[in-house]
Each structure stands twice: as structure tokens, then as C-alpha cells.
Design a protein around this ligand. Structure first.
Ligand SMILES: NC(=O)c1ccc[n+]([C@@H]2O[C@H](COP(=O)([O-])OP(=O)(O)OC[C@H]3O[C@@H](n4cnc5c(N)ncnc54)[C@H](O)[C@@H]3O)[C@@H](O)[C@H]2O)c1
Length: 367
């Protein structure tokens, strides 16, 4: 099988798993070059993962052999690097969120369409065994018609472990833009597109103190809301209640649950690829664990990139695509806009429910 050549821009914290999986897990990808503003980081990654070229970002964009740019910069770099890649004639896949502003997200979707290039975005955890098995359970009628859902991501932020956590408290950060993509992409993948959002937001602590080793003791001014709560109405009528928060030390809330006319489904952590999945049919007295019936239960970050590489060959639309990432971006903004304006927000974007993966795929292959 032909291996599509990839250029990775941004060789920070999350890049390792992309380097590892795109060089070893998938049969149709290879990493041809990498770049970073901090050249030493790119050199270290190139040495560790045997990447043939370390380029400046400009050189990487100009390299004819590279077909997909994978943009793993921090959120404020997402739009510029994606736009540069599209203008250079490359397909582009970006870590979440797609962009800081909805206008920029829409511009990327438009530009990709105009140039006949693929735009894709993280997360791709919805292609993992856990969330694909949930999708199959819902489509096979195990909980009947979905009527409601809950999605909760609560913690006390990332300054205790991330070496450079400042971006989590700048525009494009905060719990909704950081973790919302996992939860919302999962809900859209399971339930389809959404139509209305209402939200309330809060910034409980104006400053944060870093306790991870490199910058221990440094304080960060918090620029964005760090507690975001609200409801989403989906086109299929499901009403989801969501909280994302960096203001909560501990809680017993579940991550995602889907409530159907015939039962309840406990969905696994959408920031992972595996299980467990628990199902309780209406007539049953207890939850039962459901075995995973799809592949990609281990950390398969990059599966969305491999799916895009597959689509370059087949002409299909990638599952983790720009319309999906942009719809999720609009929902995230809508929580904040609704809170600021004290009104419901009617969404202006939509997307197709991404096509499910087949059962019985061999590791490294996609259909
Ligand atoms: N760290 C995680 O666990 C994690 C998990 C999932 C997703 N993400 C997402 O991945 C992205 C990157 O996060 P991270 O934790 O790796 O951040 P990071 O700060 O560790 O790494 C980002 C890297 O990008 C480089 N960079 C920034 N702007 C650049 C530009 N214009 N050109 C070239 N290089 C540039 C930086 O020098 C840095 O090395 C973020 O969008 C984040 O939301 C992170």
C-alpha cells in the first residue's frame, strides 16, 4: 500500500504519540519531515522516530513530497498554519480546536473546499473501539430512541502536570475549548448534528499557580471562563446537559451517558480509545459490561490522519473532517455567547454524522 508522506508542525507534548503511530501503526502513512519554532525539539523528535528531514515550517510547506500537514501547534497557531498548508496545496489535519474563532474555522472549511483539499481535525477518539461500539449499540437499537444525554469533564486544570500550561488559560483555552472537543465530537458522532445551545460560564479563580516542575511557582493570569455549563438540543431531539470545568477538585459525575427510550448507555472516556461500556436495558436491574467489537482500543491518536490518507487514495470524505470540527467549534463558542448574551444560540453550521468504521478491521487498516 502507498504510504502518504506527512509533515508534522509542532513537536511538543502531544506530538510523541502522533510520531509513534504515524510511523509504526498505520500501513498508509509515513512522517517525512517535522518542524518547530524550537528547532531543537524538532531535531530530538526526528532522531527519536527516525524522521528523514527537519525543516523550517516554510520549507515544510514548500516540500512537494508532503501531502498532509499535521498541525500540532498550540491553539493560537492552528488557523495560520492550516491556512498556510491549504494555500501551499496540502491537505491539513489539526489538533483541537480547529481555530480560535468561528470565523476562522469557517474560512478554513471554505478554503479547503475551494482548493479541493481535505481539512480534518482532532479528536479522532470517536474512531476508537469504545466509541465505535457505542455507536453500533445505539444504531442497533439497544437503548431505543435517544432522548437525553449528559457530558461532564471536571478537573482542576493542567498546571500541575503540563510543562507549559499557560495556553490553557488564554483565548482558545479554558475547559470547553480544551476538553469540549472530545465530548462534543463524541456526542455528534453518536447523535448527529446539533441545533441549539444555551450556556452559563464563570471564571472562579483569576490566577493560577504552576506546580509542574519546569515553571514551578509561576502565576498565570486567567483570561477565559474556567467553568462552562449548559444544554444542547440535537437535530434528532436529544437534549444533552454538559459541564466542562477547571474549577473542581473532585467529583463523582460520570463522563458521558446516553439515555434512550429503552435503556441507558454509559459511554467510556472520550479522551481515550477503549472501554469500558456499560448498558442497562429498561427491564434490567443492573448495568452489564459490553465487550468492544471494533479495533483501535489502544491509544490510536492519528487514526483520523490515516483515514484522511486513505481518502486521498479513494476520494471518500475523511471521518474526522473540517465540517465536523467546525460544528464542534461553533457549539463551544455558543456556550460562551449564550452566557454573554443571556440567550439561546441557534447554530449556523451542521455536519454529516461521520460514517462508522467496519467491524473486523485489521490493526493499521481503515475502510
Ligand atoms: N498535551 C496533551 O496532552 C494534548 C492532548 C490532546 C491534544 N492536545 C492539543 O495539541 C496541541 C499541542 O499541545 P501540546 O501539549 O503538544 O503543546 P506544547 O506547547 O507542548 O507543544 C506545541 C509545540 O508547537 C510549537 N509551535 C507553536 N507555534 C508554532 C508555529 N507557528 N510553528 C511551528 N511550531 C510551533 C511549539 O514550539 C511547541 O513545541 C494543542 O492544540 C492541544 O490542545 C494536547
Amino acid at each position: 500500500m502507498r504510504k502518504v508522506k506527512i509533515g508534522i508542525v509542532g513537536c511538543g507534548n502531544i506530538s510523541s504519540i502522533y510520531f509513534e503511530n504515524l510511523t509504526t501503526m498505520f500501513v498508509n502513512t509515513e512522517v517525512f519531515a517535522c518542524s518547530d519554532l524550537d528547532k531543537e525539539r524538532a531535531e530530538l523528535a526526528a532522531e527519536k522516530y527516525s524522521i528523514p528531514h527537519v525543516f523550517s515550517t516554510e520549507e515544510l510547506m514548500a516540500c512537494d513530497e508532503i501531502e498532509i500537514v499535521v498541525n500540532l501547534t498550540t491553539p493560537k497557531g492552528h488557523f495560520d498554519i492550516c491556512k498556510q498548508a491549504l494555500l501551499a496545496g496540502k491537505h491539513v489535519y489539526v489538533e483541537k480546536p480547529l481555530s480560535l474563532s468561528l470565523e476562522n474555522g469557517k474560512e478554513l472549511v471554505r478554503l479547503a473546499k475551494e482548493k479541493n483539499l481535505f481539512l480534518g481535525g482532532a479528536p479522532d477518539t470517536f474512531l476508537g473501539a469504545g466509541l465505535q461500539t457505542c455507536r453500533k449499540l445505539i444504531e442497533d437499537g439497544f437503548i431505543g430512541e435517544p432522548v437525553a444525554a449528559t457530558a461532564f469533564m471536571v478537573c482542576h486544570g493542567h498546571e500541575s502536570w503540563h510543562p507549559d500550561p499557560e495556553f490553557y488559560y488564554e483565548a482558545g483555552g479554558g475547559p470547553m475549548f480544551d476538553m469540549g472537543p472530545y465530548y462534543l465530537t463524541t456526542l455528534v458522532s453518536l447523535l448527529g448534528a446539533a441545533k441549539t445551545v444555551c450556556g452559563m460560564t464563570k471564571k472562579s479563580f483569576p490566577q493560577r499557580t504552576i506546580t509542574s516542575a519546569k515553571k514551578f511557582g509561576k502565576t498565570i493570569d486567567v483570561e477565559v471562563p474556567t467553568h462552562v455549563a449548559g444544554n444542547i438540543e440535537f437535530n434528532n431531539g436529544t437534549v444533552a446537559t454538559m459541564i466542562t470545568s477547571f474549577d473542581i477538585w473532585s467529583s463523582t459525575l460520570p463522563r458521558i451517558e446516553i439515555y434512550g427510550s429503552l435503556g441507558t448507555l454509559i459511554v467510556p472516556d472520550p479522551n481515550g480509545f477503549g472501554g469500558p461500556i456499560m448498558l442497562r436495558p429498561a427491564q434490567s436491574n443492573e448495568f452489564m459490561e459490553i465487550p468492544l467489537v471494533h479495533n483501535y482500543a489502544e491509544n490510536s491518536r492519528g487514526v483520523g490522519v490515516a483515514d484522511m490518507a486513505r481518502c486521498i487514495e479513494t476520494g471518500d470524505a475523511p471521518r474526522a473532517n473540517g465540517e465536523l470540527a467546525n460544528h464542534v467549534l461553533e457549539i463551544m463558542h455558543a456556550f460562551h455567547t449564550s452566557s454573554d448574551t443571556k440567550r439561546y444560540v441557534e447554530l449556523t453550521t451542521s455536519c454529516e454524522q461521520p460514517r462508522p468504521l467496519a467491524l473486523g478491521l485489521l490493526k493499521g487498516y481503515l475502510n
